[in-house]
Design a protein around this ligand. Structure first.
Ligand SMILES: [Zn+2]
Length: 205
């Protein structure tokens, strides 16, 4: 059997969940809770969208203590997000970050709307859309046309931005201690697929 990597563990968990063969229930009980009461050692960090249909532990079929999860609308980065990510990398030593966007993302749609001249959203929603808008432009410049292609690019560009904004994260990647995988979740099928910011987006294969 090939050696399991953190990413292959997550992909296997996602397959179980899609096929309605989830097994993580046993790892969410009182025994696990007691075992973890004084320490944690998550094997991955999921930086995902806050969308209610995208709960990381459920879609990857993982238990208590398995995932360190940071979620904001459109998985937008700010200093609190970067600090949370850096804590997981530097203190907890997570070896994998998955940047998890999804089809039908309202935050990406709002940013695309602003780029196309729609009214700017009220309050701090504007900040979220404003963070994403540059990635919409870059995605289109790379040939993305559909909302799904744009959000795939946004995940990949967020993965790049993480390294640009955090020297600590960048150093961990360069030293081979950390891998960052941009991915997209399909709201219809429940499947998570790796994506890239190259002109040909491998979204939801
Ligand atoms: Zn979303």
């Amino acid at each position: 059997m090939p050696k399991q990597t953190p990413w292959s563990k997550l992909r296997a968990g996602n397959r179980r969940w899609v096929q309605e063969r989830s097994t993580a229930g046993a790892a969410r009980g009182a025994a696990r809770r007691a075992k973890l009461s004084t320490s944690q050692a998550p094997f991955a960090l999921v930086l995902g969208c806050s969308d209610s249909r995208l709960p990381a532990e459920i879609v990857f079929d993982q238990g208590l203590g398995d995932l360190f999860v940071v979620r904001t609308a459109g998985h937008v980065l700010d200093t609190a997000v970067l600090g949370s990510v850096e804590y997981a990398v530097a203190v907890l030593g997570v070896p994998l970050i998955v940047v998890l966007g999804h089809t039908g993302c309202g935050a990406v749609a709002a940013a695309t709307g602003i780029v196309d001249g729609a009214p700017v959203p009220p309050g701090h929603i504007r900040d979220i859309a404003g963070h994403i808008a540059p990635n919409v432009l870059r995605a289109r410049a790379a040939g993305a046309e559909t909302a799904t292609e744009i959000s795939g690019h946004h995940s990949a560009l967020t993965a790049e931005l993480l390294r640009e904004r955090s020297p600590l994260v960048d150093a961990a990647v360069r030293e081979g201690r950390l891998e960052i995988v941009p991915a997209q979740y399909d709201l219809c099928t429940g499947t998570v697929a790796e994506v890239s910011a190259q002109p040909a987006v491998a979204a939801a294969a």
